[in-house]
Design a protein around this ligand. Structure first.
Ligand code: PEP
Ligand code: MG
Length: 588
């Protein structure tokens, strides 16, 4: 691999094939003319001037649209010069007085003028040389009736390599195919560089004898950040730069545009991004931000938002509203997870002393079967309206899971007897959010259709840290190796049993943690809607192999600090844009 170096004048990366421009200015030859031929030559000058003016007006209005009026002003300057008699008169006089052909007169007068400007030390003047040369080229091309260039009819990503380029050549590039350029001449403040910047076209100038070194159609990488032109890049270099190009493209997208992009890794593996919701009204935002469905519907909020226990009708109304709003996207509904911090202690006659270890969640439902069955009836009735899955929270023993499934079967039988329709093959899953469930994942996997890992609780129960207690907040570490080992065990059990596994804890919405989860084999991340765009940007910037490498390394560490530091470092390198302006905190 050979790398040419030049002055980086417009940042960005471009990978493509070279079109070499033979732009060494061809000298116009002196041809003496007779007195009778003078009018004819003056007429040709006028025609070339008019044609150039028409072309410049067109280039100016296109450039103003694409680059903004300020940058496009350079073409107004060219128009001004062509209308300036003090420029045209000397050309006419030379034709008349010295009896020379119009091409020679144009070249002589304009190159003398360029030399005057070029001799000034002030860059404001010296850059005018480019403009005058540009104008001379334009007039000479008109006079020669030149049409066609190697840049016409491009079909693939092209990097133009030329001795020099004029601002109008640059502005006139076929933007669909020309993705960057390299010139041997030129400086940072030349109008060509300014135009390149305005067009966001990666560019290098002052690149030695580039036109003698590169070949037409050669594969090259143009690194406009560093000023490098890498010839015949090897596979590793190509992959590195392709990755950078995709990363930048994705990070430049607005959330709205990103919404239209699929959530797939660079090597084409789909990572399903779904949202966590508490209320049906949140679905629209989740969809707007690119979510593909609901991965966790915390139905207990039906209880928490009302003073009285919801009726079967209340449940049904909420679930049907979700299905209707989802318009065919899947809904994963979690049965009520009341208790602990999600239950007003005032409601219980005798408050529990240790509610996080008390009758919460599935335990509370199993202890209140009438209430639980009301919810299950509503879920099943709504299951015919659209794709829906059901999962039980905080399962700690197989007996609990079997008990919950038995109650579900009871409800199904009741509905059968009543002739009420429901989805008989509704998928039934469980949250894995206590260590006992994770450690017994293989046994649980035989009983459910899918797992959803809830890191919020898994961290608190693994590390014995109350997730709501600020005094021990520093001990609440999703990166703790013990938590990671449990997650690994759950993912393996799911893979062996060929059932789905997702993660719906808050950590799944953190870039570093999502990187790790993907590396550990999780293919569905359920996050709060606001995190969907940043996780999609991550997904589109990484390859599975990169994530797996990170996961393998992380699992060798034995402290949460090491894990967090490594993840932060890797994620910053792989997706630096994700961290712009963001203070880091792993997990949470
Ligand atoms: C979890 O524990 O990770 C989870 C998603 O459930 P919740 O936050 O509702 O307890
Ligand atoms: Mg939980």
């Amino acid at each position: 691999m050979v790398t040419l170096e030049g002055i980086p004048v417009s940042p960005g990366i471009a990978v493509g094939r070279v079109v070499l421009m033979d732009d060494h200015r061809r000298k116009a030859r002196l041809q003496p003319i007779t007195v009778q031929e003078v009018d004819d030559q003056l007429q040709r000058l006028e025609e070339a001037r008019q044609a150039s003016l028409a072309d410049l007006h067109r280039v100016h209005s296109e450039a103003a649209k694409e680059m903004g009026p300020e940058t496009a002003k350079v073409f107004l300057f060219h128009i001004g010069m062509l209308n300036d008699r003090s420029l045209i008169d000397p050309i006419e006089s030379m034709i008349r007085d010295q009896l020379v052909n119009v091409e020679f007169a144009v070249q002589q007068v304009l190159s003398d003028l360029a030399a005057v400007f070029g001799a000034k030390t002030d860059t404001a003047f010296s850059t005018k040389t480019d403009d005058i040369n540009d104008l001379a080229d334009r007039l000479l091309a008109e006079l020669r009736g030149e049409q066609g260039s190697p840049l016409d009819h491009l079909t693939s990503p092209t990097i133009v390599v030329a001795q020099d380029l004029t601002p109008s050549q640059t502005a006139g590039f076929d933007r669909e195919h020309v993705i960057g350029f390299v010139t041997e001449l030129g400086g940072r403040t030349s109008h060509t560089a300014i135009v390149a910047n305005a067009l966001s076209l990666p560019a290098i100038v002052g690149a030695g004898n580039a036109t003698d070194t590169v070949q037409h159609d050669q594969l090259v990488v143009l690194d406009g950040d560093r000023g490098w032109l890498i010839l015949d890049p090897d596979q590793e270099t190509l992959e590195h730069y392709h990755g950078l190009v995709e990363q930048r493209r994705v990070h430049a997208l607005s959330n709205e545009d990103l919404n239209k992009e699929p959530s797939v890794t660079r090597d084409g593996v789909a990572i399903s991004l779904v949202g966590n919701i508490e209320f049906p009204s949140e679905i629209e935002r989740m969809q707007r931000l690119g979510g593909e469905g609901v991965g966790l519907y915390r139905t207990e909020f039906l209880f928490l938002a009302s003073d009285t226990e919801p009726t079967e009708g209340d449940h049904f109304a909420a679930y049907s509203e979700c299905v209707q709003r989802l318009k065919g996207q899947p809904l994963t509904l979690r049965t009520v997870d009341l208790g602990a911090d999600k239950y007003t202690q005032a409601r219980t006659m005798i408050p529990e002393r240790n509610p996080f270890l008390g009758q919460r969640s599935i335990r509370y439902c199993l202890a209140n079967p009438a209430m639980f069955k009301r919810q299950l009836r509503a879920v099943l009735r709504a299951s015919v309206l659209g794709p829906m899955r059901l999962m039980f929270p905080l399962v700690t023993t197989l007996a609990e899971l079997k008990h919950a499934k038995m109650l579900l079967r009871d409800v199904m039988e009741d509905l059968d007897e009543e002739g009420v329709a429901y989805d008989r093959s509704i998928q039934v899953g469980m949250m894995v959010e206590v260590p006992s469930a994770a450690l017994m994942a293989e046994s649980f996997a035989r009983e459910v259709d899918f797992f959803s890992i809830g890191t919020n609780d898994l961290v608190q129960y693994t590390l014995a840290v109350d997730r709501t207690n600020e005094r021990v907040a520093s001990l609440y570490q999703p990166c703790h190796p013990a938590v990671l080992k449990l997650i690994r065990q759950v993912v393996r059990a799911a893979r062996n049993a060929k059932i789905g596994v997702s993660c719906c804890g808050e950590s799944a919405g953190e870039v570093e943690y999502a990187l790790l989860l993907i590396g550990m084999g999780v293919r569905t991340l359920s996050v709060t809607s606001g995190s969907i765009p940043r996780i999609k940007r991550l997904v589109r910037s990484v390859s599975i192999e990169q994530c797996e490498r990170v996961a393998r390394k992380v699992l060798t560490f034995d402290s949460d600090a090491e894990v967090a530091a490594y993840l932060r470092d890797r994620a910053r390198k792989i997706v630096p844009e994700a961290f712009e302006g963001r203070a880091l905190g792993a997990g949470g």
